[in-house]
Design a protein around this ligand. Structure first.
Ligand code: ADP
Ligand code: 5GP
Length: 221
């Protein structure tokens, strides 16, 4: 009779992918730290992808459709909600933002080892409800003064928009208790090292590696 031990089962790729949400007040450093993870190829042999959202807000500065966001009308956004096109969606600062429904499956099909979400706390809550293994990080600014200076230094928003983002910043931070990690973004090098450490540690979690051990255990020496 053929031994059942001859065919080791493959590692379950569904368990291996890290879905990582970076959340925090506007200007706290979410996109800076996402960019760093995407560029740090030494973290993993496989690529990390950034989830690209749909939004009803207008492009700002040099933003292009299909690059930073998919920029769509409110009507199109509503039609996408009705068609079940979003993994999560929310109203943020008076505009609608949503994560495409298939983003994790698509990344996995392309062989990615991680997907990053630059979203707000409402989005992280909704994704966690559907994807319990979501890893969530809240980026904390060193002070309100530094946060405002960074928003102004970015040179992308009017005084009025900065005022509104500062007013919303406290409400965003107030949700810190639902996050797995709090990352203080003071010194940029330190913050980069910390987000890398979180990603690497999450990759090594037993739940994501169990398939490796199980495959070995099923193999005959
Ligand atoms: P978010 O994506 O959360 O809105 P950004 O990543 O755009 O924030 O960061 C806001 C601004 O602050 C950018 O101009 C960025 O270069 C700058 N910045 C981010 N982190 C730091 C840091 N640790 N030290 C100094 N400047 C920073
Ligand atoms: P901005 O207009 O500065 O690009 O983004 C404003 C806020 O919306 C940020 O906090 C950003 O993280 C959040 N955001 C961007 N895309 C999404 C999304 O798809 N879903 C949710 N819930 N929030 C998003």
């Amino acid at each position: 009779m053929e031994s059942l031990y001859r065919h080791p089962s493959p590692v379950n790729p569904a368990d291996a992918l890290v879905a990582l949400a970076l959340v925090g007040p506007s200007g706290s450093g979410k996109s800076t730290l996402c960019r760093h993870l995407l560029e740090t190829t030494a973290l993993a042999q496989k690529p990390i992808e950034l989830s690209r959202s749909f939004t009803t807000r207008a492009p700002r500065g040099a933003e292009r459709d299909g690059v930073e966001y998919h920029f769509v009308s409110k009507e199109r956004f509503r039609a996408m909600i009705d068609a079940g096109g979003f993994l999560e969606w929310a109203e943020v600062h008076g505009n609608y933002y949503g994560t495409p429904a298939a983003v994790i499956d698509d990344a996995r099909a392309r062989g990615a080892c991680g997907v990053l979400f630059d979203i707000d706390y409402q989005g992280a809550r909704q994704i966690r409800a559907r994807v319990p293994t979501l890893v969530s990080v809240m980026i904390v600014p060193p002070s309100w003064q530094v946060l405002e200076a960074r928003l102004r230094g970015r040179n992308t928003d009017s005084d009025e928009v900065i005022e509104r983002r500062m007013a919303n910043a406290r409400a965003e931070l107030a949700h810190y208790a639902m996050f797995d990690y709090l990352l203080l973004n003071d010194d940029l090098d330190g913050a980069r090292r910390e987000i890398e450490a979180i990603f690497v540690a999450e990759r090594a979690r037993r739940a994501r590696r169990a398939g490796l051990a199980e495959a070995l255990l099923r193999e005959r020496r």
